[in-house]
Ligand binder design. Structure first.
Ligand code: SIN
Length: 325
């Protein structure tokens, strides 16, 4: 947007601030196909989240419609069914929950995660020694981070994880934040025309795009057989909240089914960009023994890889989900 800087000689009395008379609060910059101004469709949900109260813990909203910092629970304890049920409701509402000062052992981490469902074993990522249900992201001067792209975990599975619980074991002095994007808000913010265009489309998800290079040549065929490409709706419906979710990501989606290649590529670029709107995001700064618990159906995440060559170790337990519909 070009701004007029008033000098002593200019008459500023007729100037109208761009934010004061815009239709729906937005200002469109056609040259770049982008608009600025308040993202008004998230207002109601933000107000609802701000007004929420919980019985067994308190939650501070971290951003507009995503991210709740929980205090008042110790995840090492054998929590009552009531607390677990309330945490589940909070997860559905805030889409990602954060906890500080939770020095959980691997066993306590898994035990907490198992209160929400069966855990998955990741076929491509390294796990903690003797604990295949905990994926271990151990970044060191010799092993840099490569999770810095917006994605939803294991969307290449027929039944991608419903949620993931990540424990900060050793965190860098600065950087290494994880960012989360609310893909319900992203869908809701699309134009009606775009919604109509994509509502019945399906996308092909393929692990090979991100994990292919890590699979040894003599295992490629076996892995392909075990994990064939899968079709998921471009817009999935959350099985618990009923919300519509924009469900494509650049890590794992290869193309839109039945669409000419160029058109599919352009549409995916356009849709995947939605996760990048700051207004749909929250950003988590890790401390040792922090925990992030995200609803993998409703959000995408991005691990900033800006701390190399420092060490960053996080462990993840993932809960098996449903087939997206
Ligand atoms: C992941 O992509 O699940 C890892 C997230 C992180 O390391 O913050």
């Amino acid at each position: 947007m070009s701004t007029t800087i008033a000098t002593a000689k200019e008459d500023t009395s007729k100037q109208v601030h761009p934010g004061s008379k815009l239709e729906n609060g937005r200002f469109y910059i056609s040259k770049y196909g982008t608009s600025v101004g308040p993202v008004s469709h998230i207002r109601q949900e933000r107000e609802e989240l701000l007004a929420k109260e919980w019985e067994n813990f308190s939650v501070k909203l971290m951003s507009a419609t995503i991210g709740g910092m929980v205090s008042g629970v110790d995840l090492r304890e054998d929590l009552s069914d009531d607390v677990i049920a309330e945490l589940r409701s909070a997860l559905l509402a805030y889409k990602v929950l954060f906890f500080r000062d939770q020095p959980v052992s691997g066993e306590q981490h898994r035990a907490f995660a198992k209160r929400f469902g069966e855990l998955e074993i990741h076929p491509f990522l390294p796990s903690t020694e003797g604990d295949p249900e905990l994926v271990r992201f151990e970044k060191t001067p010799q092993m840099s981070g490569y999770e810095n792209g917006w994605h939803s975990d294991v969307s290449w599975r027929e039944t991608p994880s419903m949620a993931a619980i990540l424990h900060g074991v050793d965190v860098p002095t600065s950087g290494g934040d994880t960012l989360f994007a609310d893909m319900c808000a992203a869908y809701d913010g699309l134009s009606e025309k775009m919604k109509e265009r994509i509502d019945s489309l399906h996308a092909v998800h393929d692990y090979v795009q991100a994990f292919g290079p890590a699979v040894p040549d003599d295992k490629k065929e076996e892995m392909r057989e075990q994990y064939p490409t899968v079709l998921h709706p471009v817009v999935r419906t959350h099985p618990e909240t009923g919300r519509k979710i924009l469900y494509v990501n650049r890590f794992f989606v290869s193309h839109i089914e039945g669409m000419p290649e160029e058109e599919s590529h352009e549409l995916l670029l356009r849709l995947c960009r939605e996760a990048e709107y700051i207004e749909y995001q929250c950003r988590f700064k890790w401390e040792k023994d922090s925990i992030a618990f995200w609803d993998n159906r409703a959000v995408q995440h991005y691990a900033a890889s800006d701390y190399w060559p420092e060490t960053r170790i996080v462990e993840r337990a993932s809960i098996i989900g449903d087939r997206p519909v």
